[in-house]
Ligand binder design. Structure first.
Ligand SMILES: C[S@@+](CC[C@H](N)C(=O)[O-])C[C@H]1O[C@@H](n2cnc3c(N)ncnc32)[C@H](O)[C@@H]1O
Length: 258
């Protein structure tokens, strides 16, 4: 990603168009028919095999009592995991494609949540509505990440907590992608990549999240999605250890003041 891309603010229409055509998670699987039980089962299995750090993060979110909002749920794999853990969930996504798949996934598992099409930058909820907000790999892809963070802060109740995953600038994955000139979100031509994928240093996140009274940061996930054969050869303990320094995923826990 060039500095230009880091700073650009693509239109929301171009962000939506990309994610309507590239539903997150489909890259894990081959030729399963979208929306079938086999399709959801395969995406779910591959997702948590690959994102080893995600189930404990979902456990942290699920420990919250009260209402939780997921922003950018895509086809709703994490949303179903939160609902399974007993969370009272509202989940939104910018795309019709993501929400309609998420509804199918919830229906087949007989789980419940409010699943709505919506925009992170203009949340259709009153101030101080949610006890927690969860958003994994979303806010760095929207037109204005600052505006989306300000909305997350607004809809949280005083003392509420945001659980976010944002991309890390000082990471193996970022350096490799920069060196090779490859896009982050598609194996197709880099020109066909997501309109924006911002990456953050610790200092950048301090600035971005300054409205919160406390911010806790962890790095995880050494290898991005394109390294599968190599990553499976690296012992998981080593993967985790190095990922804590050079990982691609910042796991953010940010608390709104009381
Ligand atoms: C990389 S995918 C992540 C999806 C899901 N969280 C996951 O981890 O599989 C990014 C998602 O963010 C959604 N998104 C991007 N900008 C958004 C916005 N402004 N409001 C709501 N959703 C947005 C996209 O539609 C897409 O589903």
């Amino acid at each position: 990603m060039s500095d230009h891309q880091e700073q650009s603010h693509p239109s929301l229409a171009s962000v939506r168009k990309f994610w309507e055509e590239n539903v997150c998670g489909e890259h894990y699987i081959g030729n399963e028919v979208p929306g079938t039980p086999q399709y959801f089962d395969r995406v779910t299995k591959e997702r948590y095999r690959w994102h080893y750090h995600l189930p404990p993060f979902l456990d942290e979110v699920a420990r919250h009592r009260g209402r939780v909002l997921e922003i950018g749920c895509g086809m709703g794999i994490d949303a179903t995991e939160l609902a399974r853990r007993g969370v009272e969930l509202t989940a939104i996504d910018l795309t019709e494609a993501g929400i309609s798949l998420a509804r199918k996934n919830f229906a087949r598992l007989d789980l419940e949540a409010d699943l709505l099409q919506g925009n992170a930058e203009e949340l259709d909820f009153a101030t101080s509505t949610f006890d927690a907000v969860y958003s994994f790999g979303v806010l760095h892809h929207t037109s204005s990440t600052e505006q989306a963070i300000s909305e997350v802060h607004r809809v949280l109740k005083p003392g509420g907590t945001a659980y976010l995953m944002l991309y890390s600038k000082h990471s193996l994955n970022h350096w490799v992608h920069q060196a090779l000139g490859k896009g982050y979100e598609t194996s197709k031509d880099p020109e066909d990549d997501a309109p924006v994928s911002r990456c953050y240093s610790k200092r950048d996140l301090g600035r971005l999240l300054q409205s919160f009274s406390s911010v806790h940061l962890r790095k995880r996930y050494l290898f991005g999605a394109g390294y599968r054969p190599l990553a499976y050869l690296v012992p998981s303990q080593l993967n985790d250890l190095v990922g804590r320094v050079l990982g691609w995923h910042w796991l953010v826990v940010a608390v709104k003041s009381r």
